[in-house]
Design a protein around this ligand. Structure first.
Ligand SMILES: NC(=O)c1ccc[n+]([C@@H]2O[C@H](COP(=O)([O-])OP(=O)(O)OC[C@H]3O[C@@H](n4cnc5c(N)ncnc54)[C@H](OP(=O)(O)O)[C@@H]3O)[C@@H](O)[C@H]2O)c1
Length: 336
């Protein structure tokens, strides 16, 4: 059961292939994400996950350009994902073109609807788009004239226009996917649903639903995000780490793969980025042992307040405790 470098890919429902481990970049800040991407590519990372709202596409683009210049990797060997933020529901084509400009790319491999809820687009005094505007009552200013069914029709055109190879969604529940798939305008089934999925948030029903529709699940926040220590210190994980001569993070990543998800660990530290690519084949018994922990611990780390829109419409039914593990330091410029 040795640790081996995991370079596996899986085929999406549109025929494109995606590496099963991707480098997450949420909260990978200025002056660190450039190096993280280069270190990652040198270590063998071939899949990078970003989003317009992370505010780091430009720095990632500079790193990618440098990697191509140094001959570390060819464009076609990389799988790059970015996501459309809520203020762009009415015009994803302009949004993806802006992301491509920042990333210095002609196309991305995967473009996603970041959240199933539209936000009102407003500008600050300098004319810059405000990522999240707030109403006087402190709630996010939602755009009720747009919705994900309509926006998906524009997304389908982005593939035909060559701006992205694949299209997907993120933070979609069974109810939202059902609504999207049932719409007569939906011609392309999303190839991926990127959701929070980890030791404390198993979401087995959502995983089974996605599988039944040919939608791959990408596990975001696989280590527990900013609160990673909480998951990494779990006694069962620590025990299995000893057994497999791996780190706790490697066990969590290996388990995410064992249960059939694509996994997106984030790090800005070269050694961790390297190590997070090395996984073990968990026995079914050990995989189930980890599942058993999750059955009793339903906890969501990424849960911004979108009210009155309810994003996680089945959390109450599943008894999920939801608290955002991350407080936005500057809500007008960055969001999750
Ligand atoms: N679609 C969405 O709405 C959404 C939401 C959240 C996340 N995501 C995606 O999913 C990715 C992963 O989620 P995340 O960034 O929130 O958190 P995560 O990957 O679960 O955890 C990241 C944390 O774990 C630490 N870490 C990484 N490798 C480690 C290791 N080997 N040992 C110990 N600690 C380690 C990192 O610190 P260092 O960086 O200091 O190593 C960081 O504090 C994101 O980056 C993003 O791409 C998407």
């Amino acid at each position: 059961m040795p640790l081996t470098k995991n370079t596996k890919v899986v085929k999406l429902n549109d025929g494109n292939e995606i590496p099963v481990i991707g480098l997450g970049t949420f909260r990978s800040g200025p002056n660190e994400v450039y190096q993280a991407v280069l270190d990652g590519i040198k270590a063998g990372v071939r899949h990078i996950d970003t989003a317009y709202a992370y505010g780091n596409e430009e720095e990632i683009g500079t790193a990618l350009t440098q990697a191509f210049k140094e001959g570390l990797v060819k464009r076609e060997e990389l799988f790059i994902t970015t996501k459309m933020w809520g203020v762009d529901y009415a015009d994803p084509e302009s949004a993806i073109k802006l992301s491509l400009k920042k990333l210095q790319l002609d196309y991305v491999d995967l473009y996603m609807i970041h959240w199933p809820v539209a936000l009102t687009k407003k500008f600050d005094a300098a004319g810059n788009v405000v990522n999240v505007s707030y109403l006087p009552n402190g709630k996010r200013d939602l755009d009720h004239s747009n919705n994900f069914v309509k926006t998906w029709t524009y997304f389908q055109d982005l593939v035909a226009k060559g701006l992205t190879k694949s299209i997907g969604v993120s933070n979609f529940t069974i109810a939202k996917l059902t609504e999207l798939l049932a719409a007569p305008t939906t011609k392309i089934v999303p190839c991926v649903n990127q959701i929070e999925a980890h030791l404390y948030l198993l979401q087995p029903e959502l995983l089974a639903f996605c599988k039944s529709k040919g939608i791959h699940v990408e596990a975001h926040t696989p280590l527990g995000g900013a609160d990673a220590a909480e998951l990494l210190k779990n006694p069962v994980i620590v025990e299995l780490a000893k057994k497999y001569q791996a780190s706790s993070a490697q066990i969590l990543i290996s388990w995410a793969l064992w249960r059939g998800t694509i996994v997106l660990p984030k790090s800005v530290k070269a050694e961790r980025i390297h190590d997070n690519l090395f996984t073990v084949e968990l026995s079914n018994e050990d995989g189930e042992k980890i599942n058993a922990i999750g059955k009793n611990a339903q906890k969501r780390f990424v849960n911004p307040d979108w009210s009155p829109f309810i994003v996680f419409d089945d959390d109450e039914k599943h008894g999920v405790v939801g608290a955002s593990g991350w407080k936005n330091p500057n809500p007008t410029t960055v969001s999750n």
